[in-house]
Design a binder for this molecule. Structure first.
Ligand code: SAM
Length: 240
């Protein structure tokens, strides 16, 4: 089901909406803050950091502002252009060593063991389907031995909680239109196929066990996992 062109087009079209995504509500700001909490200990002055699947550069700007030599990478040229602009506006161009348009499943433009820390936040791994293992291998390959890979994905628990316990979502619409949201498929397999009424490209929603299996298979050790938005995804109004 992997279709890199549809992913790139979707994020080109989303444009500045991606920059605003993590600032729209208390829920979104908490998601941002929790991601920062995992990131912060790895932002040592002068460290080489890759922000893969950077989107509009929300985390890239923070990483560069922490004194790290930052490389920004995304499959969407529009997102990269916005990230470039955001880095410039923050006066941090000197801290960015490159803006690279590439697919994380093929990082052949980057040498082995290049980064102290590699970040892949915000779900780029959800779109990759059969290329997921390859992408994790690539993210590891470009990370120095002893370095850190930080990734976040959309979870199966999170999407099901969102559907079932969010007062803005009518469960009848979801469960009554199984071909649209394919909620039974998502429950069974994690796969949400593309649909003509859905702008979002096909995604796979991970369970924690599945994700751990991918990282184990890639040879990572000392894996630490956290489940954050999934726990409060249905509590957005209360968070506000
Ligand atoms: C939801 S945004 C996340 C942006 C940012 N990392 C964050 O966490 O806020 C996902 C980004 O991943 C990018 N992306 C998706 N698949 C990718 C791939 N295979 N290689 C590189 N970037 C990818 C998209 O273009 C999009 O900009």
């Amino acid at each position: 089901m992997y279709n890199p062109k549809s992913v790139s087009e979707y994020y080109n079209e989303l444009s500045h909406g991606e920059w605003e995504r993590l600032d729209q509500s208390a829920h979104a700001r908490l998601v941002y803050q929790l991601h920062l909490d995992f990131l912060e200990p790895h932002l040592k002055d002068g460290a080489a950091v890759l922000d893969a699947g950077s989107g509009a550069g929300k985390f890239s700007v923070h990483i560069a502002g922490s004194g790290c030599q930052t490389t920004v990478l995304d499959i969407s040229p529009e997102q990269l252009a916005i990230a470039t602009q955001k880095v410039e506006e923050a006066g941090l161009s000197h801290a960015v060593t490159g803006f690279i348009e590439a697919n994380i499943a093929d990082l052949s433009r980057i040498p082995d063991n290049h980064f102290d820390t590699t970040v892949c936040y915000g779900g780029a791994l959800n779109y990759l389907f059969e290329n997921t293992a390859q992408a994790v291998q690539e993210l590891m390959r470009v990370t120095k031995p002893g370095g850190t890979l930080l990734a976040s994905v959309m979870s199966r628990l999170g999407v099901l909680r969102f559907v079932m316990a969010n007062k803005h979502v009518d469960p009848k619409e979801f469960f009554g239109r199984p071909t649209f949201w394919s909620i039974y498929d998502v429950l069974e397999t994690g796969d949400l196929p593309p649909h003509e009424d859905l702008a979002h490209p096909a995604r796979h929603f991970f369970t924690a066990a599945e994700l751990k299996e991918v990282f184990d298979a890639a040879g990572l050790d000392q894996i630490e996992m956290g489940c954050t938005p999934a726990v409060f995804s249905a509590l957005r109004d209360k968070l506000d």
